[in-house]
Design a protein around this ligand. Structure first.
Ligand code: ZN
Length: 429
């Protein structure tokens, strides 16, 4: 038992985690796929927000919403001293898994319960956050909630973003009973955060694969990892022109088929990514007019590209854009996030608290990365995922590993809220 776990009632903590997990499980689950459709500012999102608010109320936390609609539950007054914040997000990609996001929020609430049950008296406030619209599933920009408050996503641009039905974020806010004019940067909310630690399911198999290359799903020292950095990543929109015509009466020689350009985009994204050692995906396309018997007059494709090295990602995207350009396509960058290195002082400290935990970089973006880039000392913990699959209903984590995650987070928050910095952490702003 680690010193920080002393006094923690493990059984009650795990029961608290299991109960919350069971409550969340049915919300937004599509019966036909078993996947989750928890998209920002929808009815389902509303239900999740209410659930989080109820959890805060049940614990006597002060619930504060910032200017992007992120929910913060505070124990103690963060306007007197910046606090330690733990949490993640509750929204999902279309047909997403159960763990991406909710694992961090539920673990944070359970860790707070454990901390209190152990009688820990924090020297600084402790907060639990639920970020809004992390996946960008509806309006296309990932980490919208944290990008809006840090100003990384301009308020006017955010309000004008539209979903697949042409509904703008501003309109979605109005329908959710909110005033979109209040949306914008929120330094006050950010000033309250002394440290932020986001626990997240691992979105790969690094922890599930033992050093000898075989599967290792039982080694407790590989249940949780400490995040070190987030790969550079971005999203691009590629618009391919064509000419609509009849699929039966138009000679092949007379066609101007936007779909042909798409085929090249998809193929070249793969081949350049492989050649340059990064990853690239065309996971979303929009075809106009979208009829089986109509030649496409316009195709919009979205390219997601990431990798360890920025130059490689840039080179791959440039090459795909050039190939697409031969079909008259225009490629526009929708978002770009350079390499994010988590606060080195905080990473060292997490390593001191969890000496067995491996260190891990990740190809997925997170709110913790957006806050780190803004200069908020931030870090991450990853929980082992046996399948390595994410953004799919097959995403998983064992109950035992989820409980390991809660204990790790409890140890971290206990240390951060009781032991003050011996020296300033290395900022990364
Ligand atoms: Zn996530």
């Amino acid at each position: 038992m680690r010193p920080a776990e002393r006094g923690v009632d493990v059984t009650t903590t795990f029961e608290s985690f299991d109960r919350m997990w069971a409550e969340l499980e049915p919300i937004g689950r599509a019966p036909e796929t078993g996947g989750y459709r928890r998209h920002a500012w929808t009815r389902t999102d509303h239900d999740l927000r209410e659930w989080f608010a109820a959890q805060c109320a049940a614990r006597g936390l002060d619930l504060v919403e910032d200017r992007a609609g992120n929910q913060w539950g505070w124990w103690g007054d963060p306007d007197t001293t910046p606090g330690v914040v733990i949490g993640s997000h509750l929204d999902s990609v279309p047909d997403g898994g159960a763990f991406d996001g909710p694992l961090g929020v539920v673990s944070a609430l359970a860790a707070l319960d454990a901390l209190r049950a152990a009688g820990v008296e924090p020297a600084v406030p402790v907060g639990v956050v639920s970020f809004v619209d992390e996946e960008g599933a509806r309006f296309g920009i990932a980490c919208a909630g944290s990008r809006i408050i840090t100003g990384a996503l301009h308020a006017d641009r955010a309000r004008a973003l539209t979903d697949g039905d042409g509904v703008s974020m501003a309109e979605a806010w109005r329908r959710a009973g909110r005033d979109p004019r209040t949306l914008g940067p929120d330094e006050e909310a950010l000033r309250r955060v002394g440290h932020f630690v986001e626990l997240h399911v691992e979105q790969g198999k690094a922890l599930a694969v033992a050093p000898d290359g075989g599967d290792d799903l039982t080694d407790p020292t590989r249940a949780v990892a400490i995040g070190t950095d987030i790969w550079p990543h971005g999203r691009w929109r590629i618009d391919l022109p064509g000419e609509a015509n009849h699929a039966g009466t138009t000679r092949m020689a007379d066609r101007h088929d936007a779909m042909l350009g798409l085929a090249t985009v998809v193929q070249s994204a793969r081949s350049y990514a492989v050649a340059l050692g990064c990853v690239a995906t065309v996971g979303k396309v929009d075809v106009v007019p979208g009829g089986v018997n109509a030649i496409p007059s316009h195709v919009t494709a979205w390219l997601d590209a990431r990798g360890e090295r920025e130059e490689a990602v840039r080179a791959a995207v440039d090459a795909v854009a050039e190939e697409a350009g031969r079909f008259g396509a225009i490629t526009a960058e929708e978002s770009w996030t350079p390499t994010t290195t988590f606060d080195t002082g905080l990473v060292d400290r997490l390593h001191g608290i969890l000496p067995d935990a491996p260190l891990l970089g990740t190809g997925a973006g997170h709110d913790a990365g957006i806050l780190a880039t803004h200069g908020v000392p931030s870090g991450m913990l990853f929980v082992r995922n046996p399948t390595g699959v994410s953004h799919s209903p097959s995403e998983s984590a064992s109950v035992a590993d989820c409980h390991h995650g809660v204990m790790a987070l409890t140890a971290v928050v206990t240390d951060l809220c009781t032991v003050q910095d011996a020296e300033p952490t290395g900022g990364n702003g």
